[in-house]
Design a protein around this ligand. Sequence first.
Ligand code: PSU
Ligand code: MN
Length: 305
Amino acid sequence: MANSLVLKLSDEVSNALESNLPIVALESTIISHGLPRPRNLEMAIEFEQAVRAAGAIPATIAMIDGVARVGMSSAEIERIATDDSVVKVSNRDLGMLAATKGNGACTVASTAHIAALAGIEVFATGGLGGVHRGARDTWDESADLPAIAATPVTVVCAGVKSILDVPATLERLETYSIPVVAVGTKDFPGFYLSKSGYKIDWQVNSPAEVAQIMRARQELKLSGGMIVANPVAAEEQLDPDLHDKLLEEGLRAANAKGIRGKDVTPFLLDFFHRESNGESLEVNVKVVLSNARFAAGIASSLKNG
Ligand code: PSU
Ligand code: MN
């Protein structure tokens, strides 16, 4: 993929693409808006290290000075983690941000789009966006869903964030014809929790199986991406009672404060992290690290298989 005025691949990512090495894309909204400072910067570096340790090249994706960057230096990652001018950017914002030379952290939707543009097939995150509770009134459904439906990228996540309406999200994923598989189970995971309480139809047991599914889908000319839901281990999940309590309180607080639209997800994640005294943060971090490793396994299988 050629660099342009609005797209720049790091030398490492360019070389990896040329040499056909495994690459894993990483999003940046989780860095700027999903995790508290200063932990967010440490984690951004650790997410990249986890991909490397599992044998793939990491490519963190963000907009810097109006350029979509695929693979960034530590100084650039630090900017995303600490600069207050960094906004949360979905697909529809990319053009305006490029034209105004702004700084933005990419959501799952825009990371998937830019990754695919660069020729990267696998992407790791924490929890996917989806249909919000109360969507019947607010119509709040994350752009992550239509973006994955339209983008040939496999997204490894721990399910959709448990702050969302999980069954409604699963229905919408079916409508969008987005395949959903879970690792080692047919229980759809619940982000902070290993089980959401909802079942899905398909289980995979290895990264190689996912690579096989991806190749089969390509042969069958099925467009768009797929979701690999990788549950947090039961002994590492957030205490389910604490989870339910914080969720109820968090939703009430968001409502009372009139939090709307793209601010809802960062508000609730921050509420969880504060009110659980960092316990949910630890789970969030473990989830992303584990997804980064599994994604690296898929990327490697795609190259070796
Ligand atoms: N997963 C996390 N933390 C996050 C997010 C996901 O563990 O901060 C971000 C992702 O960037 C996702 C976004 O795309 O939240 C969804 O936001 P919304 O619900 O407004 O679409
Ligand atoms: Mn929304």
